[in-house]
Design a protein around this ligand. Structure first.
Ligand code: DC
Length: 220
């Protein structure tokens, strides 16, 4: 059984790359951020304040989060409802950044992630996959890019959608979010000791995917 763990900061291209690598190797792609987002949606639906950690701990016990695959795409279910269309927005992203710092939320979702990785070969991306979820992964990658490059990528995405935005503001948001992710008490974002650092600042998507596939093949 081979597993690939990909961790790194927001906007480094983890999900795009992880999907390509999974396709190339015939592995299942597991997007753990989507699970934290589904949990955040549950908090919003139950009017839980982002700073009320006791309420977050209690409320998360009533959230049943499961994953299915439809036409090769991961679908997240929250208490039997497909929530894929409801979790990719700013409101949910903001709540996820608070609720994912909660130890009880993490315990519940880490268990689900570990169960998935036991049943099949996975490429799993997140913040703590190499450090906590899959400490014995065959290959661990820490994928990053400079804050400027990540801001430029996000700027292009938003501009293509017709959203007016300012690149300096985007970059500042990215730097703030990195700081929060790297300094939280529970499972802070960090490079696992045995992870390979891949900086995608000057690489194309295909180059990064090829590098990770090659690294994996060297390991087996
Ligand atoms: O990667 P993303 O933006 O979809 O992640 C949503 C939130 O969940 C983000 O605040 C980071 C957090 N997260 C986490 O704490 N651990 C993971 N393994 C994946 C995501």
């Amino acid at each position: 059984m081979g597993n690939i763990a990909i961790d790194g900061p927001a906007g480094a291209g983890k999900s795009t790359i992880a999907k390509l690598v999974a396709k190339e190797l015939g592995f299942v792609y597991v997007d753990t951020g989507a699970m934290y987002r589904a949990m955040a949606l549950f908090m919003i639906n139950n009017n839980v304040a982002p700073d009320d950690s006791d309420k977050i701990s209690a409320t998360c016990q009533d959230a049943d989060i499961t994953i299915k695959y439809e036409n090769g795409e991961q679908v997240v279910f929250l208490n039997d409802e497909n929530v894929n269309g409801k979790i990719r927005n700013e409101e949910v992203g903001k709540m996820a950044s608070s609720s994912s710092a909660n130890g009880d939320v993490r315990k519940k979702l880490v268990e689900l992630q570990q169960k998935l990785a036991k049943s099949t070969d996975v490429v799993m991306d997140g913040r703590d996959i190499g450090t906590v979820v899959l400490p014995d992964a065959t290959l661990k990658v820490y994928l990053t890019a400079s804050s400027r490059v990540r801001a430029e990528r996000r700027f292009k995405e938003l501009t293509a959608k017709g959203v007016e935005c300012n690149i300096d503001v985007i970059e500042k948001d990215i730097i703030d979010r990195d700081y929060r992710d790297m300094h939280r008490e529970n499972s802070p974002l960090m490079q696992a000791e045995d992870a390979v650092l891949v900086d995608s600042s000057d690489m194309t998507i295909d180059e990064v995917a090829r590098r990770i596939v090659d690294l994996y093949k060297e390991k087996i």
